[in-house]
Design a protein around this ligand. Structure first.
Ligand code: SF4
Ligand code: SF3
Length: 553
């Protein structure tokens, strides 16, 4: 196996990347190898989808399915070899279908298809053994013996960035937001990466293309979420348990939460959000359910302890999943969509009766705990509504700086930087936050500036779109570029969704972003210098010095 896609990848003085029997996340070498072959097969699917389009053949079923399948290879999503094999078999079928249609159309038009790359000609072997035997040839770092590390690093930046974008495409698709134009762009990039490009400039350009494409994807997802559930509004959320039977819903998929709320209505079950599901409380069409009682737990890396202590059923709708056998709650856990763990019940379709039965069979919480309220719901609309008041405070000199402190959470102790940073941010600054990194500080008190809360929870990682809209509105109001605003982004990365959001911000021209806790291991020192110079990207250092530098600028 070789996998280097997330922040917790194995790094020693001699080894970079998870390359032994198991990755740090618990992904076995078998699953990792099967995922490599799946990704390679998907690159072949994309090649034929791109060719097919030249003959006006657009297969919407394949378009909508392919990013979803790619999403299954994202960090902490699917650990089940059987499911990955199923996806590969489906990919091979789709590839054959597109290939046959394309070749027939080409024949009809007397067109010769030239230079069909190896990735497009690849035939998936029948058995799991044969697939695994083939895997080393299609490892994501294939050719590393002879190709420069920089090339491999940029290929991985593109592949992992595209994977993050594919995940958001799937979140959008669930809410009936699809775009054949975006899928065409996805196929073009995926197919090109399958040809093992070596031109550093072309790869760098490709990473910017992925960033811009992802901006459109996040816009589409924002549209899907706000159209389906209304615009998030500032909402107080209890983060302490309430007496009664319970279901915990984790991950990013609001559609699943809605179905669970509908199906549990009147059944005496309380529903809680966990992790990236927290922002759900701000959406009118979700908060209207009185049995959506609060948020439980914190970010993904604490789930083995928190899920073990949760006395009900747990639904994992997307990333990030950890080994449920450690906390012995696998029998109370249910996976959805592309998520999988061997032996854990997987729910297809929208019938959650198994989850409800499981919750009713569990003890539930025995006591009410004293409430602790936090506020969420500062999405695009709420931010825009607050913008005039914010502008007034800026003009009056009461707000001097904006920070966006957000991104993924993780295990590393260096991540206390983000908690310390928010605590040390001056009183006349406003802190926007998003994604699961917020759990490091979102229960702390930040107060307000003449009624404007100093901490504004913008939402999930994909709600970076809302934060970008606020920045654009402020730059219009103050008649300056985004980089001239008193706004600093302090981001934390863990997995591929964070990679693509960073690419989006770079592609939009946002400069001077602080990132941490460490640089992605797939980027060489050389590449880091290029990226730092091109985008003025900075690594987090110590809070005091960083704040001094930021505020002096
Ligand atoms: Fe290692 Fe991360 Fe890949 Fe898991 S996802 S195998 S921890 S690099
Ligand atoms: Fe968190 Fe996985 Fe990235 Fe959506 S849930 S931000 S780490």
């Amino acid at each position: 196996m070789f996998c280097i896609q997330c922040e917790q990848t194995i790094q020693t003085p001699t080894v970079k990347g998870c390359s032994f029997a198991q990755g740090m996340c618990g992904k076995t070498s078998e699953v990792s190898d099967l995922q490599d072959v799946l990704v390679y097969t998907l690159q072949g699917v994309s090649y034929w989808a791109e060719q097919a389009k030249k003959f006006a053949i657009i297969d919407s079923e394949v378009n909508q399915w392919a990013p979803r399948a790619f999403f299954s290879t994202l960090t902490n999503v699917n650990f089940d070899p059987a499911r990955i094999l199923e996806l590969s078999a489906q990919a091979a079928q789709f590839k054959t279908r597109l290939k046959e249609q394309t070749l027939a159309a080409a024949k009809l038009g007397n067109v010769e298809l030239e230079n069909v790359p190896a990735v497009a000609a690849f035939e998936l072997p029948e058995s799991a053994e044969e697939i695994l035997a083939f895997a080393p040839q299609v490892a994501v770092n294939r050719g590393y013996q002879t190709i420069s590390e920089d090339v491999i690093g940029l290929r991985l930046l593109c592949l992992y960035g595209l994977k993050g974008a594919a995940a958001y495409m799937e979140h959008a698709r669930v809410l009936e937001q699809t775009s054949d134009d975006i899928y065409a762009e996805y196929h073009q990039i995926m197919a090109w990466l399958g040809t093992d490009p070596e031109d550093l400039n072309a790869l760098l350009e490709c990473s910017m293309q992925i960033g811009l494409m992802n901006y459109k994807v996040m816009e589409m997802l924002d549209h899907g979420e706000t159209k389906t559930f209304g615009h998030p509004e500032p909402t107080a959320v209890n983060v302490k348990p309430v007496k009664g039977k319970a279901i915990l819903v984790s991950g990013h998929d609001l559609h699943d939460l809605e179905k669970i709320l509908q199906q549990t209505e009147g059944k005496g079950i309380n529903v809680y959000t966990n992790g990236e599901m927290l922002p759900a409380h701000g959406y009118p069409e979700l908060k209207k359910y009185s049995h959506l009682v609060g948020n439980y737990g914190s970010a993904w890396q604490n789930q083995q302890k928190e899920f073990a202590n949760f006395p009900g059923a747990i639904v994992m709708t997307s990333n990030c999943l950890l080994n449920p056998n450690v906390g012995q709650y696998a029998d109370r856990l249910f996976t959805r969509s592309i998520v999988g763990w061997p032996g854990v019940a997987h729910i297809e379709g929208d019938d959650f009766s198994q989850v409800i039965e499981c919750a009713l069979a569990q003890d539930g919480f025995q006591h009410d705990e004293i409430e602790h309220m936090i506020t969420v719901g500062f999405g695009r609309n709420a931010l825009m509504q607050a913008a005039p008041a914010v502008v007034e405070e800026v003009k009056a000199g009461n707000i001097k700086h904006f920070f966006l402190v957000g991104g993924c959470d993780g295990d590393k102790s260096e991540r206390s930087y983000y908690t310390d940073f928010t605590a040390a941010a001056p009183e006349d600054s406003v802190i926007l936050t998003l994604a699961c990194g917020k759990f490091r500080f979102n229960k702390n008190q930040f107060g307000d500036i003449n009624g404007i809360p100093r901490l504004l929870d913008v939402g999930q990682c994909n709600d970076a779109y809302s934060a970008i809209q606020l920045a654009l509105a402020l730059s219009k109001e103050f008649d300056c570029g985004i980089n001239e605003l008193p706004l600093t982004l302090v981001l934390s990365w863990f997995e591929q969704k964070a990679i693509v959001i960073l690419l989006t911000l770079f592609a939009l021209g946002v400069k001077g972003i602080y990132t941490g806790p460490t640089a992605p291991a797939f980027l060489t020192d050389n590449l880091l210098v290029i990226i730092q110079e091109k985008f003025d990207m900075r690594s987090i250092g110590n809070v005091e010095d960083d704040l001094k530098t930021i505020l002096a600028a």
